[in-house]
Design a protein around this ligand. Structure first.
Ligand code: GPU
Length: 836
């Protein structure tokens, strides 16, 4: 229909509307404008940081214009929308990505050149947005990139932590120290405060059922906190489509606690203001563990309540009856962290919208989708009932009611099976009783998925087995994770990207959004000239990494060596321990050799980077061992030409972007059945690094795509692990018997070859006793796999062929594929074209 011009003179408005600045003069004008006005600086006092900020603000202008057009189109077309709820978004830097996606890289470097700045230097000025711990948070970031690139109406919802993941420092003894990450300190040009988007969120108080024949209750009293929206624009790649990541900041309600002011208790009033801002002050740095802290539950509720209120307001604007909510809204729960959204939606529907219970439950279970990211028991969230009662009394009532109806249905299907009821109850008996969030997420959702084939099977056969029996297997399925080839190939490895475009004779605009096209390059593995170019790029990426390490750490790296990389959170199940013990074994082997024998050895540089959760002391001890082994090895004149070891501190997205393209081989060596998927495995392979791994997570699917002759697998298989663990406890065998090689390694560590051996005993004992992660059981098989890697590397040409075959069969692992699976099979979303 014809829209009436809302106010003022239409012509004056329209004549003054800005368009995108896409040519070099326009870009320069815009940058200089920002230097002059936004930053209040001038040419003679502008440094790299200022120039970065001005460039970023000018890019932001373009993003905003695209964002406006996209959101206007969504409002007009009223498509079904999906919302990705994640407590973590590990975004990394934004400028390079925005320039790539807007296709303005060339123009911007020309413009900054003219203004006297080097684009590469400006990119380095940006701080990582590190609002996440690891794979789970980075997956969310890749999915936002793909949703926008696939032109899908998807928004992310998260928290605007004042401090992201801690900065890692390593003391001279090798101890991890944590420093805060004040990433907002230099201002953040990528966010837009939305002062008009605020919601009140209640905590504590009391819940009184109306008992008027309806299920309604009134929740009142307690404390109210304001959720304030900040928007981060998410540009799609080579499209106008620009989506939104809405992050909430907590702040005290205006006029908070006036009573205390009146009573002259100024200090108490300030305290309550502090507690409101505390909610979004810091990202919890624990990965795969839950601690049951009140502040964490506050974060979870604050975020889900604000996000749902925002979605419902938007839904109400289109004027449809509330029963149609699931036809317009799909909500993806990234793990169980946002599970409180389920009772919160029930509360809104029942208490505020006066919807009957069964209808409300139908709306809810048609709206949510739950992704599980682990089967490790310590990561399955449970909240103590007394804490829930205190903080969210109405939600506890609702959870009890959901549980009551649910158990009635289970009882009906399996009459008299009391044990089954106890196993499936949302409430775990104990002192205190606890709420099992994975079960709540499962029964409150339309579909449940794992993140790789094996993992999704394990979800069905272990933690949610009873639920499969009760609800049928159809509700449970798999979406194998993916990674965005924009950041993880074109941005981090521009030379390889250029070689691919040249060889395909297709611009990257095409193949970066259709990654299966890489398959067309497979025949070139047989082309010696192509192999040469391929290998030279890998070599230059190794030199780029060496340069980075030289300038940041002052260390000199042998770039003629094989680069062997393991970078991920430090966790016992990921088995960095196996890797470092293998390095020590290699060292001992080298020491056993004569100088002549050593000369035949392939030089190798081993890289680690990993943060440990601040309270995870075994993990910190493993870091300490790595650092101290590195100190000895790198100083040993007999071996240092053949074996170097580096622990690079403060692992981040930006560091990964330098490490991954430089790897010859990378390690993904979790105990079989423990790594749900892994995603860095995909990144390394896409950059032509070979994979050394266990038969676990997405490694298996990578092996299927690449062909088993191009990957190095070892270790016990998932179905065998349980029996091995059982034997380790009930029929223990000494390490000497399982692996004499490992026994020797453990003994040199405990005898102090790498400094005070005593301090490592608690770690060594985890292997000697129980060995839950099968270190000793897998050690010989691991050493054997390393030997196969060494042998394969001797044949340089064959190695390069493997590298080419690996990269060119990674099409499946584009997050575009993954996000299309969610859009089509889960959310039922259609792309929305944004007119030029
Ligand atoms: N993952 Br649960 C995390 O990074 N953090 C967590 O707390 C949990 C899972 C990871 C999985 O370990 C990894 O295998 C997976 O690839 C990633 O989530 C994304 O699904």
């Amino acid at each position: 229909g014809k829209e009436k011009w809302p106010r003022g003179d239409e012509k004056t408005w329209k004549e003054n509307m800005r368009a995108l600045e896409t040519d070099v003069p326009g870009i320069s004008r815009n940058i200089v404008n920002h230097v002059q006005t936004s930053l209040a600086r001038q040419a003679y006092n502008l440094d790299d940081l200022g120039a970065y900020q001005a460039a970023a603000l000018s890019v932001r202008d373009n993003l905003i214009l695209n964002w406006n057009d996209t959101q206007l189109q969504y409002t007009r077309k009223e498509p079904k929308r999906a919302y990705y709820l994640s407590l973590e978004f590990l975004m990394g830097r934004a400028l390079d990505n925005a320039l790539l996606n807007l296709d303005l890289k060339k123009q911007y470097s020309e413009s900054t050149d003219k203004l006297g700045f080097n684009m590469e230097d400006l990119l380095e000025q940006e701080r990582d947005a590190a609002l996440g711990n690891g794979g789970l948070g980075r997956l969310a970031a890749c999915y936002l990139d793909s949703s926008a690139s696939m032109e899908l109406p998807v928004w992310g919802y998260g928290l605007r932590y004042k401090y992201g993941i801690f900065q890692q420092l390593i003391s001279p003894e090798g101890q991890q120290l944590e420093a805060p990450d004040p990433w907002l300190e230099n201002q953040n040009p990528w966010e837009l405060p939305r002062l008009d988007v605020q919601y009140d969120v209640r905590f504590y108080g009391s819940a009184d059922r109306l008992n008027d024949g309806t299920p309604r209750a009134v929740w009142s009293g307690g404390q109210e906190v304001v959720a304030q929206a900040y928007d981060v624009m998410i540009p799609g790649c080579f499209t106008k489509s620009t989506n939104n990541l809405r992050l909430w900041e907590s702040k005290p309600k205006r006029g908070f606690d006036l009573n205390s002011f009146n009573a002259g208790d100024y200090e108490r009033a300030v305290e309550s203001s502090n507690s409101a801002s505390a909610i979004t002050s810091v990202l919890y740095p624990n990965d795969h563990t839950t601690f049951g802290k009140e502040l964490r539950l506050k974060q979870q509720y604050f975020w889900t309540a604000a996000s749902l209120a925002d979605m419902i307001r938007r839904f109400k604007n289109i004027g449809k009856p509330i029963t149609q909510f699931p036809e317009y809204v799909a909500i993806q729960l990234n793990d169980t962290h946002p599970t409180m959204a389920i009772p919160e939606l029930m509360r809104i529907l029942v208490d505020e919208e006066d919807v009957p219970w069964d209808t409300a439950w139908q709306i809810t279970t048609n709206t949510f989708f739950y992704t599980n990211h682990t089967v490790l028991p310590e990561a399955l969230e449970k909240w103590p009932v007394p804490l829930m009662q205190h903080l969210l009394p109405r939600h506890l009532q609702i959870i009890y009611d959901i549980n009551m109806y649910f158990l009635q249905a289970v009882e009906k299907k399996f009459p008299g099976d009391r044990e089954r009821l106890a196993r499936m109850s949302l409430i775990e008996e104990g002192f205190p009783q606890q709420i099992r969030m994975a079960f709540l997420a499962c029964i409150g959702s339309r579909k449940v998925n794992g993140v790789a084939e094996l993992h999704s099977e394990l979800v069905k056969t272990t933690i949610l087995k009873d639920f499969v029996e009760f609800e049928g297997a159809g509700k449970f399925s798999n979406v194998t994770n993916g990674i965005t080839p924009r950041r993880w190939l074109d941005q981090c490895n521009p030379e390889l990207s250029a070689l691919i475009s040249k060889s395909l004779n297709v611009p990257k605009q095409v193949w970066l959004k259709d990654l299966f096209m890489l398959k067309k390059l497979l025949p070139l593995a047989e082309d010696a000239a192509f192999r040469k170019e391929w290998a030279e790029i890998k070599q230059r990426n190794k030199e780029r990494l060496a340069h980075h390490v030289r300038t940041t750490l002052g260390l000199e790296i042998n770039t003629n060596a094989m680069f062997d990389v393991q970078i991920k959170r430090l966790h016992e199940y990921k088995r960095q321990s196996l890797n470092i013990l293998g390095v020590i074994h290699r060292y001992l082997t080298l020491k056993d050799m004569s100088a002549e024998e050593r000369k035949k050895v392939n030089p190798r540089v081993v890289f680690f980077a990993a943060k440990a959760a601040p309270g995870y002391w075994i993990a910190k001890l493993i870091i300490r061992l790595i650092v101290n082994v590195a100190r000895i090895l790198n100083a040993d004149p007999e071996t240092k030409d053949y074996l170097q070891l580096y622990f690079l501190p403060d692992y981040s997205v930006s560091l990964a972007e330098v490490l991954i393209p430089a790897s010859d081989i990378s390690q993904h060596i979790s105990t079989a059945g423990t790594e749900a998927s892994g995603t860095s495995n995909m990144k390394f392979c896409l950059n032509g690094g070979l994979l050394l791994g266990t038969v676990d997570g997405a490694n298996i699917e990578i092996g299927e795509e690449v062909g088993e002759s191009n990957v190095f697998f070892f270790g016990y298989l998932t179905p065998e692990v349980e029996q091995v663990r059982y034997n380790n406890i009930y029929h223990p065998r000494p390490v000497e018997e399982k692996s004499p090689a490992l026994a020797r390694v453990l003994s040199v560590v405990s005898q102090g070859m790498f400094g005070d051996g005593g301090i490592y005993e608690p770690f060594l004992n985890t292997i000697r006793q129980g060995d839950y992660y099968l270190i000793a059981d897998d050690f010989d098989s691991y050493i054997n796999a390393l030997k196969m890697v060494d042998d394969a590397y001797l044949d340089k040409e064959e190695w390069i062929k493997k590298s080419i075959r690996t990269a060119c069969t990674m099409g499946k692992f584009s997050s575009d594929r993954a996000i299309m699976e969610y859009a089509e099979s889960y959310w039922n979303l259609e792309p929305v074209k944004i007119p030029a």
